[in-house]
Design a protein around this ligand. Structure first.
Ligand code: DGY
Length: 318
């Protein structure tokens, strides 16, 4: 079987893939396949281990013509860069990597929550810039975290893992907005509307899946419902939030701060957002631990192996 791996992945998985298949590695750490390159890959390979930023759009499937590929094994849980309907119509199965990245992603949510509340990034810049003049009782006062209310938008695996950390680690009351009720194994109150979570929470953490259904779920109106000192964290997908509305709310100090790991048009981050001191900005680090990335790679590869052996694909989503 001819397999394409579209990005640099952990060495252990490279070796495991080489031992098993005729593999082509794209020598590219961060830049994804264009639609044109995705079309060629669909035509030339039996299976593709791909990831975020590879543009498997409806147009890519259209351009591909005679498609040889049978499996798109996505390295990541979110697969909104693959047009699921086009893949299904072309008879291409899609798999993803749930569970293995839940803890790492929840940890990044907590990193952002604490960093925004305590102005950690700003403090780091102050020290590095040589501008720190000494300790002062009123210097760089942040917001207390322990005991504050966290509101989780999307109580799936990652939302529940954030809830667990907030409840057990920081004694935080947990409220959440989700289509169905979820038992996270801890006291958590489901509230009836998005506006209620936005209004009642001191910290809002967004963990919904990306895609057309959740695009701009957090719009200007939702942001307007937040407390003026409220802190907004996004570890989901950038376009779940109306980025311009968020920038305006931060610039006009209508909300306290934001901690973001994801952006609407990654890797582009608007200058207006980069200029704000009340935003902590990470370069999509949610699952970025060696252990997690190895587990994601192995899971993606295992799905390709299952296909090669004629078995059901364990993490099939399309
Ligand atoms: C995913 O798996 O969807 C993540 O965003 C990658 O960290």
């Amino acid at each position: 079987m001819k397999v394409l791996i579209t990005r640099e992945i952990p060495e252990r998985i490279v070796e495991a893939a080489k031992a098993r298949f005729d593999v082509t590695f794209r020598d590219e750490p961060c830049v994804g396949l264009t639609e044109e390159e995705a079309a060629v890959a669909l035509r030339d390979y039996d299976a593709i281990l791909l990831t975020l930023g590879d543009q498997f759009s409806a147009r890519a499937f259209e351009m591909a013509g005679d498609i040889r590929c049978k499996v798109l094994a996505n390295f990541g849980v979110g697969y909104n860069h693959i047009d699921a309907a086009a893949a299904a119509a072309a008879g291409v199965a899609v798999t993803n990597t749930p569970d293995v990245l839940t803890d790492a992603t929840a940890d990044i949510g907590m990193t952002l929550l604490l960093a925004t509340a305590r102005q950690a990034a700003l403090g780091d810049r102050l020290v590095r810039g040589g501008g720190w003049k000494g300790w002062g009782p009123t210097q760089m006062m942040g917001t207390h975290v322990t005991g504050k209310t966290v509101g989780i938008i999307g109580m799936g695996r990652i939302g529940q893992a954030v809830a667990k950390r907030c409840h057990y680690g920081f004694d935080m009351p947990v409220i959440y907005y989700n289509r169905s009720a979820k038992d996270a194994g801890l006291p958590a109150r489901q509230v009836e509307s998005l506006a209620t979570v936005m209004a009642q929470a001191d910290f809002v953490v967004v963990t919904v899946p990306g895609g057309a259904e959740t695009r701009h779920l957090i719009d200007a109106e939702a942001l307007a419902a937040m407390k003026p000192e409220g802190i907004f964290i996004n570890i989901a997908r950038g376009d779940v939030v109306d980025e311009e509305a968020l920038i305006a709310a931060l610039a006009e100090k209508r909300i306290g701060a934001a901690g973001l790991d994801v952006y609407a048009q990654e890797p582009f981050v608007p200058e207006a957002l980069r200029a704000l001191d009340n935003a902590v900005l990470l370069p999509h680090l949610g699952s970025a631990t060696l252990e997690t990335r190895e587990a994601m790679g192995q899971m993606a590869l295992d799905n390709i192996i299952a296909h090669a052996e004629g078995r059901d694909l364990p993490q099939r989503v399309v």
